[in-house]
Design a protein around this ligand. Structure first.
Ligand code: AMP
Length: 419
């Protein structure tokens, strides 16, 4: 025990479970790489103004959930609560659009939100995200949805649904927004929700309370109020998704928490996670670049939740092959044996055989216990007498079978046994 523990809403990832997280991240990134997305890494903190502007002043993230502070030099900075604003900032800063559009990038890392901690909702969590920047093409929206679906399927996940909606564009959304506000103002709502009608009325549709949902049955929906271009775009997204064999559910009340979304919006929802059911989500954000002072760059992207996906896999009982199991555990008895076996372990590892060593000058009993605990297939035991006789003991740990083999041939013998 130490005097210190992780702060509220955060947790450590420890072996062997932590390997699952590595496997999840890797599985999420692999389909993106196959589709030409390049890895980007941005700093974990940015100017606070970037997120205020890029995520939206009316979102819960910006009003309540950011870890922000003033540096010693007087700069206002914030731990990144999401990945899109930073990624777009980086792309614009490096003038990447010069090299042609769309720019396809992906990221993987830690994100921070001051949320009320519960299972699946943390203050420090991990996401993998993909962004296709600078093209307005329904096929690009569908590409990303398919890639996320592939990632989840490759991981072995089954019990999830894809919710799909369109949020319109700068032509039809304001007209709809006004219509929705008029409808909402006539309802019986608490003060906080009434305030939300004026700032971010679409978010009211997302209210989870029954008392609110009951009143929203006849609310006007964006999907019925799309302009012709947005409608055609959305129909094309639906057609391409269907042709790709990806099942989805139309959810006209899906709005998502971030201000910058336009047109296509989607969420991956898992059925075994209780209230924190979203394992990923994203959509189109055609106006964000201009919002950040850049040129017009219609874009689409998603972020998948690594921690929640690990929980979803656990809920479905899917085992991930995480750590590479050890093949060999070496047990030296005496100084000369230690030098020789250490050299052998190094050589084994260099030939791609997972091997470990009884460090710390343990006696034979403790060392063999460590060998058993290590999960290795074979223990190699070398003592003074073995060296004198030019042999080494090889013991299959599962069966306890042991044989004495020529020391000079041990490398080939092990390679042969592991074939
Ligand atoms: P968002 O940008 O909020 O849609 O987040 C994308 C995904 O990240 C969500 O679908 C979740 O799987 C995950 N996520 C978001 N916030 C948290 C959190 N506080 N703790 C754990 N995972 C989260």
């Amino acid at each position: 025990m130490s005097t210190y523990e992780t702060v509220k809403g955060t947790f450590d990832l420890l072996p062997p479970q932590a390997e699952r997280i590595v496997a999840v991240r890797e599985a999420m990134a692999a389909p993106l790489r196959r589709a030409g997305y390049g890895y980007v890494e941005t700093p974990t903190f940015e100017a606070t103004a970037l997120f205020k502007r890029g995520v939206g002043e009316s979102t819960d993230i910006v009003t309540k959930e950011m870890f922000s502070w003033t540096t010693q030099g007087g700069d206002e900075v914030t731990l990144r609560p999401e990945g899109t604003a930073s990624t777009l900032r980086a792309v614009l800063q490096a003038n990447m659009p010069r090299a042609g559009l769309p720019i396809k990038v992906y990221y993987s890392g830690s994100y921070y939100r001051y949320e009320k901690p519960q299972k699946g909702r943390y203050r420090h969590f991990s996401q993998v995200g993909g962004e296709a920047i600078g093209a307005e093409d329904p096929a690009l929206d569908v590409e990303l949805i398919v890639l996320a679906d592939d990632a989840f399927k490759d991981l072995g996940l089954r019990n999830y649904r894809i919710l799909l909606n369109s949020l319109g564009d700068k032509e039809c959304r304001p007209v709809y927004r006004a219509k929705l506000q008029e409808f909402l103002r006539g309802l019986d709502l608490d003060e906080e929700t009434r305030a939300r009608i004026e700032i971010n009325p679409l978010r009211v549709l997302d209210d989870k309370r029954d008392s609110v949902q009951k009143q929203l049955v006849d609310a006007p929906l964006m999907i019925d109020n799309l302009c012709d271009t947005c409608r055609a775009y959305h129909e094309e997204v639906r057609t391409l998704l269907t042709e790709a064999g990806v099942a989805f559910v139309d959810d006209p009340k899906l709005v998502r928490g971030l201000d910058y979304y336009t047109r296509t919006t989607f969420e991956f929802v898992h059925d075994g996670l209780g209230s924190q059911s979203a394992i990923g989500g994203g959509g189109r954000y055609d106006g964000l670049s201009e919002e950040l002072g850049g040129p017009s760059l219609p874009s689409v992207g998603w972020a998948l939740g690594v921690d929640r996906t690990a929980l979803a896999l656990e809920a479905e009982g899917v085992e991930l092959s995480g750590v590479e199991p050890l093949s060999v555990f070496a047990v030296p008895l005496g100084d000369e044996a230690r030098r020789r076996l250490f050299d052998l372990v190094t050589t084994l590892r260099r030939t791609n055989i997972a091997a470990d060593f009884a460090y710390g000058n343990k006696g034979i009993k403790a060392a063999m216990k460590a060998a058993d605990r290590s999960g290795a297939r074979y223990a190699l035991v070398l003592g003074e007498r073995d060296i004198a006789e030019n042999v080494i003991q090889i013991k299959e740990l599962a069966t306890g079978e042991q044989e004495s083999v020529p020391l000079a041939d041990i490398l080939t013998i092990i390679q042969e046994k592991l074939k």
